[in-house]
Write a protein that binds this ligand. Structure first.
Ligand code: SPV
Ligand code: MG
Length: 289
């Protein structure tokens, strides 16, 4: 295995335990990951919401593991910061989890995140009923994943959807503790509530050194400073890059269509040189000189 890539998992592990707060932003391709890195984020979230949307599909376990893996590898190859791969509910049963852990780890992805929804999962932000696996069944998957990883650095994040499924903070805590007992390296407690109250209560009652991760999409008023003060170690801004891009693309295309020229948008779209810079055009041309 490539030393450089092994160290990315090591970097993530170190950040999770030593940094005041680890901030990740979502992406679905290499260019998006590059922008996340260039902004200063400590890691990239390879988001199922974003990848599905980029394929113009809803986030309903429709894409295959191979598609997720390929996207995560492209992102990972483009950046020097760790990539945390959103692996939905693990693409099947315990053996699928074993398979995904082996595949992602081998390719240098720093971490995978697996959630306790049943397969096929439904995106957590969709206003429908969400169904959970029994905690013990999901814990077994985490244990299996941890058993097959090859390096001690690789990170497995267990994500509980208890709050998303309408369960109590007690149940979320019970599930998170069960997953930690099974070997999870961090716990993502997801919530689609408009208030940060449930995840803050969770954090307050979490008596463990195992890091907590949150995704504050539906409670965006919570600031990084407040998250840090609550003892939460990682925050994922999961889909804002894609949402910003969609709005900007739609607006630019419409204005150009209406004006019959690109002039009205020229001063606010990226220049071709900016794209060349992100791609590393000049360093590629130097190779053949
Ligand atoms: C994602 O970005 O795919 C996530 C977060 O898993 S959420 O969309 O809130 O489920
Ligand atoms: Mg997802």
């Amino acid at each position: 295995m490539d030393r450089f890539d092994v160290s990315k998992a090591g970097i993530l592990r170190e950040l999770l335990h030593d940094a005041p707060l680890v901030r990740l932003a979502g992406a679905h391709d290499a260019l998006g990951a590059k922008l996340v890195e260039a902004t200063g984020f400590e890691g990239v979230w390879a988001s199922s919401f974003e990848l599905s949307a980029a394929n113009c599909l809803p986030d309903l376990s429709l894409l295959s593991m191979t598609q997720y893996l390929q996207a995560a590898v492209a992102m990972n190859d483009a950046v020097s910061i760790p990539v945390v791969a959103d692996c939905d509910s693990g693409f099947g049963g315990p053996l699928n989890v074993a398979h995904l852990v082996r595949q992602y780890e081998r390719r240098g992805v720093a971490a995978v995140c697996i959630e306790d929804q049943v397969f096929p999962k439904v995106n957590s932000l969709a206003a429908v009923e969400h169904h959970l696996l029994p905690a013990e069944e999901f814990a077994h998957r985490i244990a299996v994943g941890k058993r097959v990883q090859q390096t001690k650095e690789f990170v497995v994040i267990a994500r509980t959807e208890a709050l998303v499924a309408g369960e109590s903070v007690d149940e979320a805590l019970h599930r998170a503790r069960t997953y930690v007992d099974a070997g999870a390296d961090a716990v993502l407690v997801h919530s689609n509530a408009a208030s940060p109250a449930p995840v803050l209560e969770f954090a307050e009652r979490w008596q463990s050194v195992v890091p907590i991760v949150i995704v504050p999409t539906t409670y965006p008023t919570l600031t990084a400073a407040e998250i840090q003060r609550a003892g939460i170690r990682m925050v994922i801004y999961a889909n804002h890059g894609l949402r910003a891009a969609v709005r900007a693309m739609a607006d630019a295309l419409r204005e150009m269509w209406e004006a019959g020229t690109s002039m009205p948008i020229e001063d606010r779209i990226a220049s071709v040189d900016e794209i060349f810079g992100l791609e590393g055009m000049s360093s590629w041309l130097e190779i053949q000189e």
